[in-house]
Write a protein that binds this ligand. Sequence first.
Ligand SMILES: NC(=O)C1=CN([C@@H]2O[C@H](COP(=O)(O)OP(=O)(O)OC[C@H]3O[C@@H](n4cnc5c(N)ncnc54)[C@H](O)[C@@H]3O)[C@@H](O)[C@H]2O)C=CC1
Ligand SMILES: CC(C)CC(=O)C(=O)O
Ligand SMILES: [Mg+2]
Length: 371
Amino acid sequence: MTSNKSLLILPGDGIGPEAMAEVRRIVGWMEENRAVAFDVDEDLVGGASIDEHGIPITDAVVEKAQNVDAVLLGAVGGPKWDDLDFSIKPERGLLRLRKDLQLFANLRPAVCFDALVDASSLKPELVSGLDIMIVRELTGGVYFGEPRGIEDLGNGVRRGINTQVYTTPEIHRVARVAFELAKKRGNRVCSSEKANVMESGVLWREEVTHIQQTEFPDVELSHMYADNAAMQLVRAPKQFDVIVTDNLFGDILSDCAAMLTGSLGMLPSASLGDVDETGRRKALYEPVHGSAPDISGQNLANPIATILSYAMALRYSFDMGDEADLVEGAVEKVLASGVRTGDIMATGMTQVSTTEMGDAILKELNKANAQ
Ligand SMILES: NC(=O)C1=CN([C@@H]2O[C@H](COP(=O)(O)OP(=O)(O)OC[C@H]3O[C@@H](n4cnc5c(N)ncnc54)[C@H](O)[C@@H]3O)[C@@H](O)[C@H]2O)C=CC1
Ligand SMILES: CC(C)CC(=O)C(=O)O
Ligand SMILES: [Mg+2]
């Protein structure tokens, strides 16, 4: 049995720990059934870390994250911590992880499983067979730009400031990731910004074009303003193959794409850094959704986005494509059998809890492994 695969699990807050409990069972299943051992460590992030340490992530956890093959994160945030100062809010823990590990490329695949075609709010013919990849720039843009803050201008007037800023190397590296991915898929990239009103958008458009012309002339490139892209995603989503966009627009467009697949509870993501001299790339895997305070603590959450994030870790960080296929296949079979959490429930289906969804996926894994 090999045991050189290190995984740091950060369940976080709200439904994060509930969904992550199901992933832990699958990690255990892998060890028992596929002769692979993961060196698993678990720690705190977000509100859970604030409660214990007063800050949303400690230096020790960041250091652990720097040194493992992959980090798997649940979700952070919740009403309990909403009134804290911005610098120590739960979300800052996640932003720090992304920044410190330089996880600049966030891959957010939106794939509509056949069994969920009817769960989408769009007409079946619009989403059937949907497979798009949103590549979101994750360590720059308005979430990190300076200056930022809230100023008191006197006389009861205040001013909120955030700064959208991008440099050419930041645009080039994420564009390269998008073009490389497109080469293995439909060979088309749509770059999205607002070059009509933002200088940073003009730069984005010019630099993505430069990378395409000089390094990827065989990949088709188109440009689309982000507001139009949001509209096109719900009008005719299958026109897209790979979308590359900035941090803020990527955040919004990927939540929008989530509904095409039936639920935010279905969308996984991989956040990747550059390949280092040893051939390793830092990586963090997390669902696209947040901590869902409205349903947390009730065993109602759909754990599939977190489970599929683990499958992405198997594929991208551990070179375990067969095992990733097994997990994705088990999810597909469970959905085809009519087992549903509340968010993807439809008439004639069986509504199950978070734990029961985990049970059903493990059962399918056992069946597939026995074949
Ligand atoms: N990556 C992260 O950790 C993220 C954290 N957040 C944080 O999460 C908290 C809540 O944010 P919201 O805007 O409500 O977004 P959210 O993604 O947590 O929830 C939006 C809606 O989707 C539903 N939903 C989300 N995931 C689900 C799942 N797995 N199964 C079933 N239903 C699911 C929720 O019940 C809710 O109605 C905030 O503190 C926010 O900052 C939000 C987005 C990402
Ligand atoms: C830091 C996160 C809470 C922002 C977000 O919504 C996301 O990255 O999807
Ligand atoms: Mg988001």
